[in-house]
Design a protein around this ligand. Structure first.
Ligand code: NAD
Ligand code: HJL
Length: 228
């Protein structure tokens, strides 16, 4: 097996498992405490990764928000923000995306060999471009490259398709799911994990490491069990 970072997913979903509306519009699911917990996870990571779908839908900055945590990182000789990574097969990340323009720290765009050369060239002015895979990003190969770049702890912040890509490739160690007190509904609204789904015999099993009431919802921490 290729060496890779310790990988965990953090996701916030409604009581019916949706992570945004059917229009892919962001909904505030987490409360203040959960956002603060997420910020602490960000600050403790070497890198934070999202899919291009999330960049195009939400335009997140993925920066550490707490001044105290930013200071602690500085004092430890780190940059204020962990490296921010977009999984972007065709190099579609807008050059004015918040992830590329807000806050200090390294930016990495993971592309595939099918990405147009002119887009790669433009992105190179703002980010480190790493290529893995032919048509879409080969996530396992990408993880090996990130480890070689010194990334030991990687936080994945969605969305639904990237979560599937990482879980189905066996690249995730732990999952944090925050389940909020709302029902979004809609058969096409993104869920925590979309993609093709596992065949019945390969359904992924988890071990519940912890559960606690948080804000108006519940936070669960799961360990992904190896395939039997
Ligand atoms: N509530 C939450 O915690 C949360 C967090 C993040 C995103 N979201 C929501 O998720 C939605 C976006 O999710 P999405 O599924 O459309 O996009 P996504 O962010 O999961 O990005 C998926 C894209 O990544 C690219 N990709 C490249 N290689 C891949 C691979 N090997 N496997 C998987 N993807 C690969 C593909 O272009 C793919 O379409 C938005 O509506 C956003 O609001 C919610
Ligand atoms: N944990 C979480 N709870 C939510 O209620 C919610 N809507 C998201 N959505 C994830 C999404 O991608 C967000 O846009 C980024 O979490 C924003 O990150 P920034 O503030 O820009 O750093 N995530």
């Amino acid at each position: 097996m290729t060496e890779r970072p310790f990988v965990f997913i953090n996701s916030a979903m409604s009581a019916d498992g949706k992570i945004s509306t059917k229009e892919r519009k962001q909904v505030r699911i987490s409360g203040r405490k959960d956002f603060d917990r997420m910020d602490s996870l960000r600050a403790s990571s070497d890198a934070i990764m999202v899919g291009i779908g999330t960049v195009l839908a939400d335009d997140p900055s993925l920066t550490v928000k707490s001044q105290g945590r930013k200071l602690e990182r500085k004092q430890a000789g780190l940059e204020e923000n962990p490296a921010r990574i977009v999984v972007d097969s065709k190099a579609r990340t807008p050059l004015d995306a918040d992830i590329l323009i807000k806050g200090e720290g390294m930016r990495i765009v993971l592309v595939s060999r099918s990405a147009p050369a002119d887009r790669i060239e433009k992105l190179r002015e703002k980010a480190t471009v790493v290529c893995a895979g032919d048509d879409e990003v080969d996530l396992a190969a990408a993880m090996g490259k990130l480890k070689a770049m010194g990334m030991k702890r990687l936080m994945v912040e969605g969305g639904a398709t990237l979560n599937w890509g990482m879980l189905s490739a066996g690249l995730v160690d732990e999952i944090y799911t925050f389940i909020g007190n709302l029902v979004i509904g809609g058969r096409t609204a993104p869920t925590f994990v979309d993609g093709d789904g596992f065949p019945e015999k390969e359904i992924l099993k988890l071990d519940l490491l912890g559960a606690e009431r948080m804000d108006e919802g519940i936070l669960c921490r799961w360990k992904v069990l190896p395939e039997p």
